[in-house]
Design a protein around this ligand. Structure first.
Ligand code: TXA
Ligand code: MG
Length: 327
């Protein structure tokens, strides 16, 4: 099958109520027709995702929002004009027609227009907005290649579209417009600084303060099986006698005995580091190490999203053991 045929086939599957894994510029998504509750329910089953955690609805253009939201506040419209298509998700007041399973019964719906050509074409051909979480088992690192999806979900999805590695590599930035002021719910592919340059100051809720009832902000998330510890450069040395892997930001730290070292970006470029992040964590996780030591990165630009994912991956709080969440 060539790409056009594969996309047509994928759209047919979505129209018939199936589920398809597809590339976006951020990470691979697992999509269903947003207006087909049974298909969406299968996504939750396959991911073992708790039903209180709502999905992002992907649109082919701002015109599709008419079916989904009741209002687009001025600042949200400015961000749409500036950053769509792209890695920015907006949480807006929903229309009643949007199925509850998509929004977890919230009065809002999360929407985004991806920048990846295959994602856009798939949504267009499907003739409906596509609800899609990242295509990984709940709580695990998001997939940034079709191979990552195959490794974990192959026999459980109807089709996996292969669009190569995802160029951005971390999930979209999520901004909520449900309160009085815009609030950052998840740092991601569009840096906060760029958003604030368009709409001014945005409120931020730090990870520790986010309750699990603020969905998707679950502290432990993006976690590999191997424990991750987040370490400042000076602390890295203390792990040398363990069977440890190092996730370094820039040049590899010399003279230290690690079983394996992954360098996210030799030149210290945030974009390159973000694009490599999840694949590097997966490679380290496959090595049966005692611990993965992740070097802290500066929290500006995309560094904020990288640190957010590292913090969530390293959270060791027993309170957040989702195997017991009944999902
Ligand atoms: O880049 C991305 O955003 C990727 C690609 C596939 O588009 N998708 C993604 O989806 O990361 P997911 O499901 O892994 O994360 C979506 C987050 C969840 O944490 C969810 O709780 C939050 O968005 N979310 C969805 N609807 C929401 C709502 N109405 N209010 C607050 N948070 C919401
Ligand atoms: Mg996810």
């Amino acid at each position: 099958m060539n790409e056009t045929e594969a996309l047509q086939h994928a759209a047919e599957i979505i129209k018939r109520g199936g589920i398809v894994a597809f590339p976006t510029e951020t990470v691979y998504g697992l999509g269903a027709d947003a207006f087909a509750p049974l298909a969406v329910a299968r996504i939750f089953e396959v991911k073992k995702r708790p039903h209180f955690d709502p999905l992002i609805v992907h649109v082919a253009g701002p015109d599709d929002l008419g079916r989904l939201v009741t209002d687009i506040p001025g600042p949200a419209q400015k961000l749409i004009n500036r950053f769509w298509p792209g890695p920015l998700t907006l949480v807006l007041p929903r229309r009643d027609e949007v199925p509850d399973i998509v929004t977890a019964g919230l009065p809002t719906v999360a929407v985004r227009m991806p920048r990846h050509a295959m994602a856009l074409r798939l949504i267009e051909l499907s003739g409906s907005p596509v609800a899609a979480p990242s295509a990984n088992p709940f709580g695990y690192v998001s997939p940034t290649t079709a191979e990552h999806v195959r490794e974990q979900l192959d026999d459980q999805v109807d089709l996996i579209l292969d669009g190569g590695p995802c160029p951005v590599g971390v999930e979209s930035t999520i901004l909520s417009f449900s309160g009085e002021r815009p609030r950052l719910l998840r740092p991601g592919g569009v840096p906060l600084e760029e958003i604030e340059s368009v709409i001014g100051k945005v409120e931020i809720t730090p990870v520790e303060k986010q309750t699990p009832s603020a969905p998707g902000m679950l502290p432990i998330h993006y976690a590999p099986r191997t424990p991750i510890v987040l370490a400042a450069k000076e602390e890295i040395d203390s792990y040398r006698n363990r069977k440890a892997g190092l996730l370094a930001f820039r040049e590899s730290v010399k003279g230290r005995a690690f079983d394996h070292i992954e360098v996210l970006s030799r030149k210290g470029d945030f974009r390159e580091a973000a694009a490599n992040l999840f694949a590097a964590i997966r490679r380290l996780d496959a090595l049966d190490l005692e611990v993965i030591v992740a070097e802290a990165v500066p929290e500006t630009g995309l560094g904020r999203a990288i640190m957010d994912r590292l913090r969530r991956a390293s959270c060791e709080d027993d309170k957040f053991n989702y195997d017991q969440s009944g999902s």
